[in-house]
Design a protein around this ligand. Sequence first.
Ligand code: UDP
Length: 243
Amino acid sequence: MLEYLLVANSYKRVLLKISGEQLAGKYDSGFDNEHAVWLAKEVKKVAEEGVQVVIMVGGGNMVRGAQIAGSGIQRVTADHMGMLATLINALALTDVFESEGIKTRCLSNIFADQVAEKFVHRLANKHLQKGRVCILAGGTGRPYVTTDTAAVNLALELGCDIVLKATKVDGVYDKDPTKNPDAKKYETLSYQQALENPAIKIMDKAALGLAMEHDISILIFDALKQGNIQSAIEGEAVGTRIS
Ligand code: UDP
């Protein structure tokens, strides 16, 4: 992984996890084009500096498998629907990125040959080396996991230096900061602390376990703040780092 690290504290290859909630922006569900344009401009700044960017998109703005399974819908089917939701988001985001002049490719782990390239390790690597942002759809392509786990899994597969998880809050707190004004923010956490604390729900435990096993850091940070994606990539002290 060291070969991807730039001097001046900047990561060379990163995976940015963007949830469906983030993509819904100002809406309760669906896709907020204006917010996507803003996000594209934020990513463009780092892509133009030569940082290789992989984006894992969630689908929770449309379907979360665990929530819609039941009453006749099998869990596996519900997860397939969730993965298709991530593909819808990824297609929209790819167009928005391209409209902002960013070289972008949409690669999917849920196969839909007419609309996106299949995720193939060597192909993704080639795109990244050519400076194209890779937007990944379909998570891992398998049911019973979420795009958090997929983010860690694909970051490992693509040799990313770090997983950047975009959230609405600026890190991990000991209690919900929106309800508890005395909530304390952690600057850093060990994988063990994040795994063992049931109050820490910002990242799936399965994703944390995989990250711990393979020693890849996760940064939980506020992506709604201008310049924060760049600051995170340049190694500045934003958010909470789990390592
Ligand atoms: N999903 C899946 N396998 C994966 C990734 C996602 O089955 O590898 C399904 C799962 O049903 C999940 C849905 O896709 O709930 C949408 O992803 P997620 O809930 O992670 O979206 P987010 O909360 O990040 O918006």
